[in-house]
Design a protein around this ligand. Sequence first.
Ligand SMILES: Cc1ncc(COP(=O)(O)O)c(C=O)c1O
Length: 380
Amino acid sequence: MEKVPPYVFAHVSKLIAEKKAQGVDVINLGIGSPDLPTPAHIVEVLKQAADDPTNHGYPSYVGMPSLREAVAAWYKRRFEVDLDPETEVVPLIGSKEGIAHLALAMVGPGDIALIPDPGYPTYHMGTVLADAESYPMPLLAENEFLPDLDAIPANVLERARVMWLNYPNNPTGAVAPISFFEKVVDFASRHNIIIAHDNPYADVTFDGYRAPSLLQVPGAKEVAVELNSLSKTYNMAGWRVGMAVGNPEVIAGLVRVKSNVDTGIFNPIQIAASAALQGDQRWIKERNAIYQRRRDVILDGLAAAGIKAHKPKAALYVWAETPEGWKSNDFAMHVLDHAGVWLTPGTAYGEAGEGYVRLSLCAPEERLREAMERLQAIDF
Ligand SMILES: Cc1ncc(COP(=O)(O)O)c(C=O)c1O
């Protein structure tokens, strides 16, 4: 247990609850949980499926064939990627579950996982749970928040089994051009490394940007899997449903671990997930326009407060620089104490997050405006 600390954000809820108990109207810009509802047509399918008693038993370990087919068809439509629904697709209880179990399937003692720093915490914690080591790849502003593959030492590469990547990126909001993915696939083939690309923000994009899948690169399936999720794309974070797709051996390894640990996803959720993937997608554009307006409120508000930020083309976050002389954690605590606004310290995502805070777009525009006004009113 010493090696496994509580989930990095577990203490934050307590901190915010304490402030609220003191009467502070806290504006929480820490969480990336979509606040907009799941579209009614998806909820309706869930309700009907939940009424059917044949859906009440244990689900299949490998997911319903109809969902695996819906995922394959969605990848074809959305990315022009061909997948075999039987061997190259497995539904997940959210991408987070897939990350942790994939780590168990791919690395063990003596192995190294290359992880983005800053990065979603589960890449590192999954590695720790598998008794392997993480090697952080710094994502720096001067490299457009892409890792410098040439900077990974040879002795690390010898033991590296997997490289975790995530574009559109949490927490930086950076996106990766397909040319970077091509470089990554070539690198992975040369060094015998599996790429695990986590792509849950592919359809939360702004300014007309369209995010690719890493599997679009010819030959990518030889060396890569991609994790995806309905949490952000379809405002379904609480439903816990996602998918891993790509290299069949890696998918088989993941299924092996999963089948020994979990027992799949409630069938009505799988049926509703299929409906989400196959149904009307036009509302996503309107939803993204809402996030884009929120992004702009934050960017304008931060600029007025004298805080520099990177303008994201995708994902649910603004990655902002702490003011001169401020450490991430101290600044986040200062803003909470004086403005009643919670921003996530960049260091929650790794050492290279020092000097940054992350602001989530998952709050209504009025609350974001108020948060920015409060920020502009305090000294730092
Ligand atoms: C990069 C990244 N991967 C995975 C997840 C988890 O997604 P899910 O809800 O599918 O477990 C998140 C959630 O914030 C995320 O930011």
